[in-house]
Structure formats: structure tokens, C-alpha cells
Design a protein around this ligand. Sequence first.
Ligand code: PHE
Length: 480
Amino acid sequence: TGDFTLTGKGAARVVIVGGGIAGLAVAYELGKAGYDCTVLEARDRTGGRNFTVRGGDTNLDLSGNRQTARFSDGQYLNAGPARIPQWMVTMDYCRELGIPVEVFTNVNASAYIYNEKAGMTAPVRYRTAKADVYGYVSELLAKATDTGALDAELSAEDRERLLEFLKGFGDIGGTLRYEGSERRGYRVDPAASGTPGVELGAVPSASEVFASGVGRYFSFEFGYDQAMLMFQPVGGMDRIPAALTRAIGAHRIRTGAAVQRITDTAHGVSVTYTEHGRVRTLDADYCVAALPPNILARTAHNLGADVQTALEACKPSSAGKIGLEYRSRWWESDHRIYGGITETDLDLAHVWYPSYGHHGRRGLIVGYYNTGAQADAYARLTPREREARAVAQGVKIHGEKYRTELASSFSHHWRQTPYLEASWHSLSGGPDAPVFDPLNKPAGRVYFAGDHLSYADAWQHGAFTSARKVVTALHARVLT
Ligand code: PHE
């Protein structure tokens, strides 16, 4: 699939409500095809949920928490999207817009797993957990094969091949028993002659391994959306809205413009918005409503009861992150972790180590990335309390440097963010369920775009592909 381009020129005026990825992509693609576009963005920056927090950035949430990031130069938190699978069209936009990308490390054998509720008192490395789980699963399957439990399923030849596979998969050798493996890692690493290394001791029993629940995280990377390799723009995810904004032309984008009413008239669209307290009206031939459905549901419009019902059926979700800047990269020097994710059953859920700036002086860890009730619980705390909670939990996994090396933090919650009030949306039955029909076609001269109207909600790919679908339909209509 090559770059997307509309064929032929159109000259209509289009007003785009919402300067997130969907709205910017609509303006960008229509602009390439000759349209006269204006983007109305309620906030003082474009990008929507694509928000990269750097030193000096300030934020006021709906609970009244005001924060100013004190991150040092070069350190950033991607508070929204932070990883891009290779297959998503987001990669095509990075290429087309000249945005350099680098590998985002989504899984790391050296990162930890920590299941406190299962009674773990110390974290285990992914590599160790994998060796044990794969080892025992292989041993058990080999036993079942050898005792004839699979004879109805498998021919003698199949059974031989399965055993051959299990020997390698579980490192269970000639005995077909798992007795530990060098894959678990070393207490003393192999080095020069005389130093063969000392393997990690005390191999847990199969029962202990299954009780620890470590295996539940392995399938994450099997997912189509989460498999390595993954990528990120060099310097922060907001390189994408920044490049789109440049390509569209800053003069076509009005920030601080909060839309109050969308009126479809027989021959055009009239959009009323406030800008610095003044009420203004913009008339155009078409409108693309690329704002969150939960926000549009509270905006005056004459687009019909079915549209309103569909908007209200898009249920907002919660997610939050905290960026913890450290004075040293102790996770690299002391723990030998260079990027990747530690998985836990704590309410911080995931800890992300930075995939950039390795061996630099400072570094920034995502101290929690959680969703649903866990995100709501952290959102109810003050930023200071969130930091204290995240650090207290993180110390259990990483030790005291998690507290003592901390320089500053910044936390962000999407459900509490003005003009968004959602991390993403859940559409019961998917975007093609009948109740959402009114959003998948124009209401008069008003079109709808956003990642919620895609099969990749909570991904920029969803916003980009929804935008492409809408501009294709609008352009076809203009040309006939
Ligand atoms: N795209 C987001 C992420 O990768 C949210 C998401 C998580 C979407 C998991 C689908 C699956 O974190």
C-alpha cells in the first residue's frame, strides 16, 4: 500500500471540528486535493490525545489539579499514544511527513514480572519466568505424549516430532524433564576462562510456577497490535501532529476555538464557536466533526435524534500515566534493563522503561500506565499523592533508588482532561453495529471521523483510516 492521495481537485470550503489526529489528517488530505480547510481546536495545541509532555508544559485538569512539568531537556512523556505497530498507516504518515522513527521496545526478557497478590516477594525476570513456564508445559506435554494420552490425536511419527519440538521449546533435554535451564539467567554471568558463570538457583516447582501467574503476560506480544518490532517517532509522539500542523498551514488552524453549535443547512454548514470569550460563526460547504463523541453529544446540533443516540452510545474509557524523571539511569546500570515493560498485578499495572536516551545522564520511566478503575483511583488523588503511591509500589520491585533518585513527576488522566474526557471509547457491537450507522455516513453535509469509528480504536491508525474514509466519501460527492 502506497501513500494515500485523493485523485482530482476539489474547491469546497470545509470546516473541521477537532484538531486531533483524525481532524488533522482530514485537513491534510483535503488540503493536498485543493480544498479550503479550517480546523477549529478547543485547546491551545493540536494533537488531541497525542500529547508529549516536556519541561515547562502545564496542564489543568477538570478536578482542578494544575501541574507544570519540570522534566529536563530531552526528557519527555508520551502521555497518550506511545507505540506504533509496523503494519499501521501511522508508519506511512511518518514516512510521508519525514518524521524519523526508532524502535520502541514493547517486550524485554530482562524486564520484570511482579505478582504481589500471588505471594511473590521479589520480582522475576521475564526470561526466568518464560524458561520455567515453557519448561514445565513442555515436560507435561511430553509426559502426556509418552503415556499415550495423545495416541488418538497423533500418529507415532507426529508424537516423535512433537517430542523433538518440546525438547527444544522447553529445554528439557533427553530426560524430558524440566530441571532448570541456563535460559533462566545467571547469578554470576559467564565470562573469561575460569568463569563459566553461576546459574540462578532454586528452580521453583511446576505448582509454584503456575501459582505465581507469571505466564499470563506472555501472550500480550502475540497480539496483532502489540507484536515487536514496534516504533516511536524520535523525540516524542507529538512529532506527528507537529508535522501535520506544519503541512496544513498554521493559518488554517484556530486553537482556543471551542465549538458551541453545528447547524446543517440545506446548502451548507454553519459552525458557532467561542474564541477568547467572543462568539464567532464560520460558514462552509461541509463540516467534518472530528471531536470526541462524548463531547459532541453535549454540543448543540441539528443532526437528528439518531445521531444523538449513536453519540451517547459511545462510552468513554479511562486511562492514566505518570512520568517519573530520574537523576540517573539506574535501571540500565544496576538492573541491566534497556527499555521494555515490567508487568505487575499492582494497581500501577505497567512500568515502562524508556526506549530512547540509553546511557544518557537522566531518564524517564512511566511509573504507571493503567486503565479503568485503576486509572480512576489514581485520578482521584492529587498529583503529589499519585507520585507517592506510584513510587511506594515501584520500590517493591526496584528497590530504594526508585525513590531516592527521583527528580520530578507529571501525571496525566484522560477522563479528567478538558475537551476530551476519555482515553478512548467502547462501542458495543463494534463501529458497524446498527446503532452507530448514523455516524458512518454524513448527516446532511456533516461527516464524522475518529478512531472510535474504526476497528483500531485507541490507536492513531484508527483515526487516520477513519479520516481517509471520510475524505474519500466527501471528495466523491464534491466531484459528482
Ligand atoms: N493503543 C493503546 C496501547 O497500546 C491502547 C490499547 C492497549 C489498545 C491494548 C489495544 C490494546 O497502549
